[in-house]
Ligand binder design. Structure first.
Ligand SMILES: [Zn+2]
Length: 538
């Protein structure tokens, strides 16, 4: 038996507790220190001083991309560049730091940084005529390549646009350097994955999990697991016997012109889910279900909307109802949990149509969920409530510092109901919050700040946007702990400081509920603990 007595902290929702006792990685009791120290279980227990901090259940990021996040942490970060010139400067600095690298990888550029909002390979070619340059957009739904990179992955005027995606082209049909939506899945990611190795992937995954531990995260739901990710996760767990962050995965179902290929992917997910559910390994890593990306994003005008964007365009969803129906049915019949990315209101409606056709009660029982829900009709908020669908949303996506283009593309009145967290709460929908890293910063305290203020964590001097849609900090914390656990059907195991639950928690330097919200921006994580083992100590 392995017993730990945690002392010298305030424990969230245990006002009378000055100590907590854990045995074999799970909570036994919370109470007065003298009382717990005197119990039989505490005999021979090691005692850990929590430094007078405030203990919360460990944060669970309900929607993230771990391997991509680890890889992103090693790419040139362009989010703060003021314009094209600073993008090129940032890339030149990254090149100077790794002059021997065979290619240059960057991330997090914004359309608003580029002249006319129209990136072109020639803008990169001027500085990098020979070296392949690959730049992920901030939302990772498009990428900007120079001519050498297009050549390296074999994209030419003759390369066809994939279903649900597009290769940006000049008037003469030559690729212009931009790849959108499924063109990334089809052409870019497999090629870039080929540049990596299992060893590198395991290292990048470890890097992501350690970064998460330092921000108080103890659990994460990876929303686009494919073979490479699953292998890296399994190898890391096998190597270390445990993980710094418990992982729940959703298998990415790629759109394909042959529906049988889509159903094969569902079958693969079912196979992995069945294999991983039993045994103690499931406490660390499990495959819960599938992920379907039903549309794109607002910034690139690829999210499916009922009324056109301000530029007049109105794209279709990536998955129409006839395409969605068999995949949703097969996954549900296999007992898999379904997560559907739907950002535009038309994609939300279409996804709900497919989920609503499932047998009575399945949506609630399997805990099917929808991701993002940035633009949604009031009628569909009510429908999500009625069906019992979990709404998985990412406060950092609403950070005012990255909203200029989003708002310009949608225009009033839609922007006044963008990211309507408060409406979901009022309708009785379970909200699970995440960050969708690396499309947004992964740090959890700034994410909670945006949730509770609708102000910018990147630039706090900016005005709040649509503050009527914010939630209280208490609710925001519940959405990254209790509700995020519920979203994966694990509320009996995770998300609360309660006897019987896994001893996963974070200790903050001060009580966040007794401080100004601004203090979340430089809030200190003193310690992060998973299964009564430290994963981070400041
Ligand atoms: Zn995502």
């Amino acid at each position: 038996m392995n017993t730990t007595l945690y002392v010298n902290a305030t424990f969230h929702e245990h006002p009378d507790a000055t100590a907590a006792l854990a045995r074999d990685g799970r909570w036994l009791a919370f109470g007065p220190r003298e009382e717990l120290a005197a119990t039989q279980e505490a005999e021979g227990a090691r005692s850990v001083d929590l430094g007078g901090g405030y203990a919360l259940p460990g944060f669970i990021d309900a929607h993230t991309h771990l391997l991509m996040m680890g890889e992103a942490l090693s790419k040139a970060d362009l989010v703060a560049a003021a314009g094209l010139e600073e993008i090129i400067e940032g890339l030149a600095a990254a090149r100077a730091a790794a002059p021997e690298a065979p290619r240059l990888l960057g991330r997090s550029w914004l359309f608003s940084q580029v002249p006319g909002g129209a990136p072109h390979r020639s803008m990169l070619d001027a500085a990098f005529p020979e070296l392949p340059v690959y730049l992920d957009a901030n939302d990772v739904h498009s990428a900007w390549l120079n001519t050498a990179a297009l050549k390296e992955i074999g994209i030419t005027a003759n390369t066809p646009d994939p279903v649900g995606g597009r290769i940006g082209r000049d008037a003469d049909g030559e690729p212009d350097g931009m790849l959108y939506e499924t063109a990334l899945h089809t052409y870019l990611w497999p090629a870039v994955a080929g540049f990596s190795t299992d060893e590198l992937r395991v290292e990048n995954l470890r890097r992501a999990l350690q970064a998460y531990a330092a921000t108080g995260v103890t659990g994460a739901v990876d929303m686009a697991v494919c073979e490479d990710e699953w292998r890296a996760m399994s190898q890391l767990l096998e190597r270390d016997g445990r993980l710094p962050v418990r992982i729940v995965g959703h298998w990415l179902i790629n759109r394909h012109e042959d529906p049988r290929v889509e159903l094969d992917q569902v079958a693969r997910a079912a196979e992995l889910a069945a294999a991983g559910a039993a045994g103690p390994a499931g406490d660390w890593l499990r495959l819960a279900g599938i992920k379907i990306v039903s549309d794109g994003v607002v910034d690139a005008c690829t999210a499916a909307v009922h009324s056109p964007y301000t530029d007049g365009s109105r794209p279709e969803a990536i998955w129409d109802l006839p395409g969605l129906r068999p995949v949703v049915r097969a996954a549900d019949a296999a007992g898999l949990q379904i997560a559907i990315h739907a950002i535009g209101d038309a994609a939300v409606t279409g996804s709900l149509d497919a989920l609503e056709e499932l047998p009575e009660g399945h949506v609630r029982a399997r805990r099917h969920r929808m991701e993002h829900l940035e633009v949604i009709s009031e009628a569909d908020v009510a429908r999500i409530a009625r069906l019992g669908i979990v709404a998985s949303m990412q406060p950092v996506h609403a950070d005012p510092a990255i909203q200029d283009n989003w708002r310009a593309m949608l225009g009033a009145p839609r922007i006044h109901r963008g990211y309507p967290w408060a409406e979901f709460q009022a309708a009785g929908v379970t909200l699970a919050f995440g960050t969708d890293a690396p499309t947004a910063p992964y740090e959890m305290l700034p994410n909670l700040y945006v949730a509770a203020t609708r102000r910018s964590a990147l630039d706090p001097s900016r005005e709040a946007l649509e503050p009527h849609l914010k939630v209280t900090l208490h609710d925001a914390v519940a959405h990254v702990t209790r509700d995020a656990a519920f979203a994966s059907g694990l509320e009996g195991e995770r998300g609360s400081l309660a006897p019987g639950q896994l001893a996963d928690f974070v200790v903050l330097g001060r009580d966040p509920f007794a401080s100004a919200h601004e203090e979340l921006l430089d809030g200190t994580v003193l310690r992060t603990v998973v299964g009564a083992e430290d994963t981070f100590v400041a």
